[in-house]
Design a binder for this molecule. Structure first.
Ligand code: IMP
Ligand code: MG
Length: 173
């Protein structure tokens, strides 16, 4: 099967928003011992751009999760596929997500990381689909709210493909 992809958020639109988020985060975290946690795989592109938009001496770590099969619906089961390399006690942790959809992944990660006693724990998500929420989660920094469409590109996949598109698009069969 082949798919056509139409643009929802252009490279330029994303770049401007990421720059603004970076400035906001810099102001809030100035002087703090900060760790960006990139939630793999979907947020690898966003986290790379966001990290360079935050003008602070921060650290970066990675956490792998899987909540989707190869379809476009959440399985509802969140698996940790790769854990953080270092403890986070007394560290100001900012979780970087590609998208909050049902909210199940972020809710699970917040619960897990809280048990490790970080100095603070906040969430930055590039995208949010509010109409799909199954559980309320706090999003401290948000790029864009979008409608209930399955999106790909800028790190987001469909069955592991399209992550390298430089923009965010919508699949149409
Ligand atoms: P949640 O647990 O339902 O909030 O979903 C979180 C994860 O599902 C995200 O980190 C994405 O990897 C994936 N996801 C949700 N919606 C989309 C989408 O529209 N396109 C691609 N991946 C998605
Ligand atoms: Mg995914």
């Amino acid at each position: 099967m082949t798919f056509a992809v139409s643009t929802l958020l252009s490279e330029e639109t994303i770049r401007d928003r990421v720059r603004a988020l970076g400035e906001q985060i810099r102001a809030d975290y100035e002087g703090k011992n900060m760790l960006l946690v990139c939630v793999l795989k979907g947020s690898f592109v966003f986290a790379a751009d966001l990290a360079r938009a935050i003008d602070l001496p921060l650290k970066i770590d990675f956490l792998g999760t899987r909540s989707y099969g190869d379809g476009t619906e959440s399985s509802g089961v969140v698996q940790i596929t790769y854990d953080l390399a270092r403890p986070i006690a007394d560290v100001h942790v900012l979780l970087v997500e590609d998208i909050v959809d049902s909210g199940l992944t972020i809710a699970h990660l917040l619960q897990l990381l809280r048990t490790r006693n970080p100095a603070s724990l906040k969430v930055c998500s590039l995208l949010h689909k509010p109409s799909r929420a199954k559980i309320e989660v706090p999003i401290d920094y948000l790029g864009f709210s979008i409608e209930d469409r399955f999106v790909v590109g800028y790190g987001l996949d469909h069955a592991e493909t399209y992550r390298n598109l430089p923009f965010i698009g919508v699949l149409s069969a």
